[in-house]
Design a protein around this ligand. Structure first.
Ligand SMILES: Nc1ncnc2c1ncn2[C@@H]1O[C@H](COP(=O)(O)OP(=O)(O)OP(=O)(O)O)[C@@H](O)[C@H]1O
Ligand SMILES: Nc1nc2c(c(=O)[nH]1)N=C(CO)CN2
Length: 203
């Protein structure tokens, strides 16, 4: 079940005395770029194949999703593979990056769109936290909080992952993880396991 965090009515400005009449025509079906949509943070990871090419390709595909505008991207970082039993230095290292988007899609629609990109770029689901050509997680979707297993928001493991927090902070130094506060105050945000891979941002 997806729920928005409660809005304090005291902080909601009163409606203007002369509110404009509602639009007579329905919203157009082909929407303009999602400049006024919800901000979502996506985490990309790849540790198989041509990792940089895959992440750059995935970034272009995210930018091409209908009703999604890519508004920011971190540089690539290289990180050792985190497996279920800890860091595995014998496994191929990951390239990770963070994208910021603005979207008028619903969270489930964004998940469907990024899953389609994973599949298009060769993602095969074999083992949990196993090696993969591409993983795209939704780290945050505005201030939405959800414990739905299909789409848990914020991503339930983001707060412990240096490979998420370090590039996110590089992109947004004042980033906030709903329910956890400032990203810069989270211990994993200073992880030594995250190394710069390319100086220039993906975008
Ligand atoms: N915030 C989220 N972002 C992406 N997928 C999510 C999220 N919350 C729940 N899921 C669900 O998790 C399922 C498994 O995703 P996936 O195979 O990418 O997991 P994983 O990358 O191996 O592990 P992790 O979720 O720890 O990153 C997806 O099918 C999706 O429905
Ligand atoms: N370094 C690194 N390790 C991982 C990653 C990842 O993106 N980077 N993703 C995982 C499952 O989402 C599991 N382990």
């Amino acid at each position: 079940m997806i729920r928005k965090e409660r809005i304090n009515p005291a902080t909601v400005p009163p409606a203007p005395a002369t509110a404009p009449a509602p639009a007579a025509t329905p919203a157009p079906t082909t929407e303009p770029p999602a400049a006024d949509g919800v901000v979502a943070i996506l985490s990309l990871g790849s540790n198989l194949g041509d990792r940089e090419r895959t992440i750059r390709d995935a970034t272009a595909r995210v930018a091409g999703i209908d009703r999604v505008t890519l508004t920011g991207a971190s540089a690539l970082v290289e990180t050792p593979a985190l497996k279920l039993d800890g860091i595995d230095h014998a496994a191929p290292a990951y390239l990770n990056a963070i994208l910021r988007v603005s979207t008028t899609l619903a969270p489930e629609q964004l998940l469907e769109a990024v899953n389609a990109i994973e599949n298009a770029l060769g993602r095969v689901r074999v083992e949990r936290w196993g090696d993969r050509t591409l993983d795209i997680d939704i780290v945050t979707f505005g201030d939405v909080v959800s414990d739905d297993a299909t789409l848990t928001l914020p991503h339930p493991r983001a707060a412990e992952r240096g490979f998420v927090l370090v590039p996110w902070l590089e992109l947004d130094p004042h980033a906030v993880l709903p329910g956890r506060g400032a990203v810069s105050a989270l211990p994993a945000a200073t992880s030594n396991d995250v190394q710069p891979y390319s100086a220039e941002a993906l975008l």
